[in-house]
Design a protein around this ligand. Structure first.
Ligand code: SIN
Length: 514
C-alpha cells in the first residue's frame, strides 16, 4: 500500500462517493485524481436514495427568476440571493451534463423531460428518473462513468479520519486502512461526504452519514455555516425500520393528502396545505402527533391507481411494511432528512482553509437558507461539482510534508443519538440544547469513537442555542418569533468549544447560587 500511496502524491483527493464526489472527479479529467470512499461506490451514499430529482425551470410557464423567488421564500430570509441566482441559472446545463453522461431521465413520448411538482414550488419543475428512483439512476450512470475513467483511481473501504493542515493550508489526508493509518500527501482536498442523518434516531439518510466531512473540516480549523438548520422531511414511513423509508413530496405533488386517524385533513387551514414549505408541514404534523393523534398519507384517490407505476420504490417500501396503498392509509412522521448547514464555501466551493473545498450536502453555499426548497440539493451538487473541479484544477498542488502516523478511532454516533434527537428535533428549547452542549463538551475533546460525532453535535447545538429566534427549520419554543434582522451563522470548532465552556461555567455558577 505504501508504494501506491507515494505514487498518488500531489493528486487532488476527493472524499466521498456520492453524486457530488463522482461528478467532481469526472469534471477534473484528464487530471489524475484519487477518490476515497468508505464503502463500495454507491453502497451507502444518500445520493442513491434520492427520490425527488432535480429542480430546474424548464417549463413553458417557468424561468429561473420564478425558481429563485420560490427558493428565497422557502429559505425564510436567509438565502444568499447572489449564489442562488448563479446556481439556478446553471441548472439546465447541469441536467444536460447528466443526460450526456447517460442518465435516463423520465420523458414524454416526444422526448421532452417530464416535470413533477413538489412542495413550495409554484410550477412543475422537478426532473426525475425511474419515477421515484432519481438518485439510483444518476448514481448508476455516474458510477459507470467513473469506473471507466482512466484518470480516476477509486479507493474503496478507506475512510478519511483527519486532514493534515499547516499554516491554515491542507497538506494531506490521514485515512484508515485495514493494517495501519495511511497518509496521502496532497495540497488539494474536496469534501463530498454528505449529511448528518446518522446522528439522529429517526432519519431518512444512511446511518453511516454522521457528519464525517464536518468533523474533518472543523478539526482542520475551517469555518462552518448555518449549522442549526436541519430539515425534517414530513413524510417518512412510520414503521420499525431505521433508517426510515422516505415517501417523496412528489406524492403530495400528485394530489395525495395528509389525514389523521379520524380522516380529518388537519393541514387544510395552513396556507399551501400539504404543499406548504417542508418546515411548515413537518411542524404541523409534529404538533398533531404530540397531541396524541396519528398522521397518514392518503393516496387512494390521488394519485390513485397511478401510484405504484409512478412511485415504484415507495410502493415497494409499503409492501414490505404490509401496507397496500390502494386500500390502506400510509402512516407517516417527520424524520431528519437534510442539513442546510455545512462547511462555509465561496461560489467555487473553497472553504476558509487553503486547499480545502466542499461540495454537496456537506457544503453550505447559501442556496438553501433556513429551509431548503425540495429537490434544490441535487441541482446544487451537480452545478457546483463543475465549479469546484475548475477551481481545484486551477490551484497549486501544494508541497510535500512529513506527518507522524496518527490512529484515529472510527466515528460511532450510536450513544449520542437520543440526546441529539431530543435537543435538535423539529421543536427546540434552550434547556435541552444546553443539556446536549454539556454532554458533548467532554466527549468532543477526547480521543474516542464518539468524539468526532460529538464535536459535530456540539457545534450544531451551540449554533442552535445562539440563534434566539425561530426561522425556517429552526424552531425554538422559547424564542418563537422571527428576529428583525436575518443573519447567517458562522462557527469554528474552537469558537464552539469556548462558547460551550462559557455555558458550562455559567450553569455551574447558577447551580451554586441556588
Ligand atoms: C422528496 O422526494 O420528497 C425529497 C426530495 C428532496 O429532499 O429534495
Amino acid at each position: 500500500m505504501s508504494a501506491d500511496v507515494r505514487s498518488f502524491f500531489g493528486r487532488p483527493i476527493i472524499i466521498g462517493g456520492g453524486i457530488a464526489g463522482l461528478l467532481t472527479a469526472l469534471h477534473l479529467a484528464p487530471e489524475p485524481v484519487l477518490l476515497l470512499s468508505r464503502t463500495p461506490l454507491g453502497a451507502d451514499a444518500s445520493s442513491a436514495w434520492a427520490q425527488g430529482g432535480l429542480a430546474v425551470s424548464l417549463g413553458v410557464d417557468d424561468d429561473p427568476a420564478l425558481h429563485l423567488a420560490d427558493t428565497l421564500a422557502a429559505g425564510d430570509g436567509l438565502c444568499d440571493a447572489e449564489i442562488a441566482t448563479r446556481i439556478l441559472h446553471a441548472a439546465a446545463d447541469a441536467i444536460e451534463t447528466l443526460a450526456t453522461l447517460g442518465v435516463r431521465f423520465d420523458r414524454t413520448s416526444e422526448g421532452a423531460l417530464l416535470l413533477g411538482l413538489e412542495a413550495a414550488h409554484g410550477r412543475r419543475r422537478i426532473v426525475h428518473a425511474g419515477g421515484d428512483g432519481s438518485g439510483q439512476e444518476i448514481m448508476r450512470a455516474l458510477v459507470e462513468a467513473v469506473r471507466s475513467a482512466p484518470s480516476i483511481t477509486v479507493v474503496e473501504g478507506v475512510e478519511a479520519r483527519r486532514l493534515a493542515v499547516e499554516d491554515n493550508t491542507v497538506r494531506g489526508v490521514w485515512a484508515s486502512c485495514s493494517m495501519s493509518p495511511v497518509f496521502f500527501g496532497t495540497g488539494r482536498v474536496v469534501l463530498a461526504t454528505g449529511g448528518i442523518g446518522g446522528l439522529f434516531l429517526d432519519s431518512t439518510n444512511p446511518s453511516g452519514s454522521c457528519g464525517q466531512g464536518l468533523a474533518l473540516a472543523a478539526r482542520a480549523g475551517a469555518v462552518l455555516a448555518d449549522l442549526e438548520f436541519i430539515q425534517f422531511h414530513p413524510t417518512a414511513l412510520d414503521g420499525p425500520d431505521r433508517p426510515m423509508p422516505l415517501i417523496s413530496e412528489a406524492v403530495r405533488g400528485e394530489g395525495a393528502t395528509i389525514v389523521d386517524e379520524t380522516g380529518r385533513r388537519f393541514l387544510e387551514g395552513v396556507p399551501g396545505a400539504e404543499l406548504a414549505p417542508r418546515d411548515v408541514v413537518a411542524r404541523a404534523i409534529s404538533k398533531h402527533l404530540s397531541k396524541g393523534h396519528r398522521a397518514f398519507l392518503d393516496v387512494r384517490e390521488k394519485p390513485g391507481s397511478a401510484f405504484a407505476r409512478q412511485f415504484p420504490t415507495i410502493a415497494s417500501a409499503c409492501r414490505v411494511a404490509g401496507i397496500d396503498p390502494a386500500y390502506d392509509l400510509i402512516p407517516i412522521r417527520p424524520a431528519q432528512h437534510y442539513h442546510m448547514g455545512g462547511v462555509a464555501v465561496d461560489p467555487d466551493g473553497r472553504s476558509s482553509v487553503a486547499g480545502l473545498w466542499a461540495c454537496g450536502e456537506v457544503a453550505s453555499t447559501g442556496l438553501h437558507g433556513a429551509n431548503r426548497l425540495a429537490s434544490n440539493s441535487l441541482t446544487e451538487a451537480v452545478v457546483c461539482a463543475r465549479w469546484v473541479a475548475e477551481s481545484v484544477a486551477g490551484s497549486p498542488i501544494g508541497v510535500r510534508t512529513r506527518s507522524k502516523a496518527r490512529e484515529i478511532p472510527a466515528p460511532n454516533p450510536l450513544s449520542l443519538r437520543p440526546l441529539l434527537s431530543r435537543a435538535l428535533g423539529v421543536k427546540r428549547h434552550g434547556e435541552f440544547l444546553r443539556d446536549a452542549v454539556s454532554a458533548m463538551l467532554p466527549l468532543a475533546e477526547l480521543h474516542h469513537a464518539a468524539s468526532d460525532p460529538a464535536a459535530v453535535g456540539l457545534m450544531i447545538a451551540v449554533a442552535a442555542l445562539l440563534r434566539e429566534e425561530s426561522r425556517g427549520a429552526h424552531y425554538r419554543t422559547d424564542f418563537p418569533d422571527l428576529a428583525v434582522f436575518a443573519r447567517r451563522s458562522r462557527l469554528t470548532l474552537d469558537g464552539a468549544l469556548a462558547t460551550a465552556r462559557e455555558f458550562a461555567c455559567s450553569s455551574t455558577l447558577e447551580e451554586l447560587e441556588q
